[in-house]
Design a protein. Structure first.
Length: 112
């Protein structure tokens, strides 16, 4: 009876180890795909942004990563659809930013 219990424990441990190794392999593969995607995105952005626009996008990424991600995706989509053919400079990037994210109006409340 003790031997059966030991055998079951060993078998279960082997199954868990196999599952863990399979999960690690899948995680490694997902990390590799994510890195490849990021590298392709960087190459596309390098091709469509001039230096000043790339610097501005880098500063935006530091301050607001979710906004920078949205901008990058928008730019890549414009390139893929063929609507963007020339390099974007800093001024054009600022215009795109103002269209995507209009300025917020300040609301003041006066108490009487």
């Amino acid at each position: 009876m003790d031997e059966d219990l030991e055998n079951l424990k060993k078998k279960r441990m082997q199954e868990l180890q196999q599952q863990m190794s399979m999960q690690e392999a899948m995680d490694d593969q997902q990390d590799q795909q994510r890195q490849e995607f990021e590298e392709q995105k960087k190459m596309i952005l390098r091709a469509i942004l001039d230096d000043s626009a790339r610097e501005r996008l880098g500063r935006i990424k530091i301050a607001r990563p979710e906004v920078a991600e949205a901008i990058e995706n928008q730019l890549i989509m414009l390139v893929q659809t063929g609507k963007l053919k020339n390099k974007i400079n800093d001024e054009q990037l600022r215009m795109l930013l103002s269209k995507l994210f209009p300025t917020k109006k300040d609301i003041t409340i006066r108490r009487r």
